[in-house]
Design a protein around this ligand. Structure first.
Ligand code: PLP
Length: 471
């Protein structure tokens, strides 16, 4: 420990002695509770201190350069170090750092952002409500759904159906909507009227004789069965990620979404697409529901909206839902920072980069196909990899005891965590979810950087499988 180090002056005075990695770790362990972490274990091992970033690379406090195969947490779509975003924030901080939009006021950044989002989302989405995160976005989506049904005179429509192993954030409503048992276990009570159906996870859950297409239909029809069980007059909405992100980058069979859409329309159930990961180019389309070809009623947005430079979330509302809400009196919902001017200015700058630099088109036609084919070349015939799922710049790599029989390892999540840790030690950020490894790099990644990610991922996975005696 550097005893001259004063944690307060070190952050405000350039002349103060630079903190060492040990200084940082000691203070972090003493005072900082990390999200989704076992703090005892983390404090004993010590956190890695990330001090700067540029493009697709991060640097730690020991000077190691790390390639970010996850775009932070699926959010840094335009990559790190974009001056345009920094300048937009700085200009807005000087001009109008904050004002609210509750009481008959508005401001230029939130107006510009709303108009920009109306132009970028599919035509029926013309209204946007702002919040600070994906979790709040899903809370907001529920509030809008209930408001809509009340305006229709159908207040009995209260139930919301979501999916096991879905992820919708970590507020109480977000965590209830999510189908993560580990989160539910730590909540003594959940939001009422939220129920779950099974996920369309073909590799992990389909019976041996079923085709992906038949399985996709079967899983979609669980929605119909659940609606009929609850009574269509009691069901307000179905909430799902177009592809599951945190659940393992699970892409549903092609039959799934058309059938879900048919069922929602038939029983007059609103369809909420949680686009927090899929939005803003991840799959090579602006929004991932466009990749699957269906039309939701609400979109939850966050992450790529600002490329993570500042926090912001939003809900896009289809005109058929927005119109009755606009004409139905006060909507009693909002956040102090709804439409925050600095966040809105950064979002506008971010969307401008995504559009003007053709970043989304490049994901669709160039880097996305290159990333997918590189991963399939590396893992497509691998004796312990069951599938590579994904599109554009997002992928899930399934560990398997036997790829052909689709049998999984009993300790698959331990193996995946060991793969992740080995990749991290080799300066690649790759995530593990159950027995799948996940990649989701910044959308500005180059071919050479994709090569580096795939090489490092393959090396980490193979070395780990050898360590477990499986290769
Ligand atoms: C990350 C995520 C959320 C939650 O967003 P936060 O900003 O962490 O609250 C919600 N839905 C999906 C699909 C996500 O990936």
């Amino acid at each position: 420990m550097n005893h001259d180090f004063d944690p307060f002056t070190a952050t405000v005075q350039e002349s103060a002695p630079a903190p060492t990695t040990a200084d940082y770790r000691a203070l972090d362990a003493a005072h900082h509770l990390h999200p989704f972490s076992d703090m005892g274990a983390l404090n004993r091992a010590g956190s890695r201190v990330i001090v700067k970033a540029d493009g697709v690379y991060l640097w730690d406090s020991d000077g190691n350069r790390i390639i970010d195969g996850m775009a932070g947490l699926w959010c840094v779509n335009v990559g790190y170090g974009r001056q345009e975003l920094a300048q937009a924030a700085y200009r807005q901080l000087r001009e109008l750092p904050y004002y609210n939009t509750f009481f008959k006021t508005t401001h230029p950044p939130v107006i510009a952002l709303s108009a920009r989002l109306a132009a970028l989302t599919p035509a029926p989405f013309k209204h946007f409500f702002y919040c600070n995160s994906g979790s709040e976005g899903n809370d907001t989506a529920l509030r809008i759904v209930y408001r809509y049904w009340a305006a229709q005179g159908k207040a009995s429509k209260k139930y919301v159906i979501a999916r096991k192993n879905g992820y919708h954030g970590s507020t109480i409503a977000g965590a209830t909507l999510g189908g993560m048992d580990s989160m539910h276990e730590q909540m003594p009570s959940k939001v009422e009227h939220i129920v779950h159906i099974d996920q369309p996870y073909f590799f992990g859950e389909a019976p041996a004789q079923l085709s992906p297409e038949a399985f996709g239909l079967e899983r979609a029809r669980q929605l119909e069965a659940k609606i009929l069980e609850l009574g269509p007059d009691n069901v307000a909405a179905f909430v799902a990620e177009p592809f599951q992100g945190a659940g393992g980058v699970i892409f549903p069979p092609s039959t799934y979404w058309p059938e879900i859409e048919r069922i929602c329309r038939r029983y007059d159930v609103l369809l909420v697409a949680d686009e927090v990961i899929g939005g803003f180019g991840r799959t090579g389309k602006w929004f991932s529901h466009q990749h699957f070809g269906f039309e939701p009623d609400l979109l939850t947005l966050a992450k790529g909206l600002t490329s993570g430079y500042v926090p912001m979330g939003a809900v896009a509302v289809h005109e058929r839902v927005a119109a009755p809400i606009v004409e139905n009196g006060e909507f009693n919902h909002g956040h102090t920072y709804s439409g925050h001017p600095v966040a809105a200015a950064v979002a506008v700058a971010n969307l401008t980069l995504l559009r003007d630099e053709g970043i989304v088109e490049r994901v669709e036609h160039d880097t996305g196909p290159y990333f997918q084919s590189s991963l399939r070349e590396a893992f497509g015939h691998h004796p312990r990899i069951g599938e590579v799922a994904g599109a554009g710049l997002v992928a899930g790599i399934q560990l398997a005891q036997s790829p052909r029989e689709r049998t999984r390892f009993a300790n698959g999540s331990d193996i995946a965590l060991a793969c992740r840790d080995r990749a991290f030690n080799g300066n690649l950020i790759m995530r593990a979810s159950g027995d799948r490894l996940i990649l989701s790099p910044p959308l500005v990644v180059s071919h050479a950087e994709i090569d580096e990610i795939v090489d490092k991922a393959k090396h980490a996975i193979d070395a780990t499988l050898r360590q477990f005696g499986l290769l």
